[in-house]
Design a protein around this ligand. Structure first.
Ligand SMILES: [Zn+2]
Length: 104
């Protein structure tokens, strides 16, 4: 049973499991019961998502890559196309020149 993903927290782990299940794969989360007990370790070393069927590993990795990409895109800072100013993700327009955030 391969370890397919190290999650930063339980919510993330569960989201990965949901993605895998919607792709027809079974996965287990391990380590969640330890999260309150091990104060010294970062959670990512504790929470793992395990794929039940090893033959699905390649497909599962693709799903997880898509999942990570889709989570990162909306959260990224962006650069103004007009004046090249870096703009925080929470702004819909450039604070410097007022140009609207481009659609990705
Ligand atoms: Zn600008």
């Amino acid at each position: 049973m391969p370890l397919i993903y190290r999650a930063a927290n339980m919510v993330e782990a569960q989201l990965v499991v949901d993605e895998l299940q919607s792709g027809g794969m079974e996965a287990h989360i391990t380590g969640s019961y330890l999260s309150g007990a091990i104060g010294e370790l970062p959670p990512s070393d504790v929470i793992g998502v395990w794929l039940l069927q090893e033959r699905h590993t390649d497909r599962a990795r693709e799903i997880i890559e898509d999942f990570e990409a889709s989570r990162k895109l909306p959260a990224a800072d962006w650069q103004c196309a007009q004046c090249s100013e870096p703009v925080g993700r929470e702004f819909g327009a450039c604070w410097n020149c007022g140009t609207s955030k481009p659609f990705v």
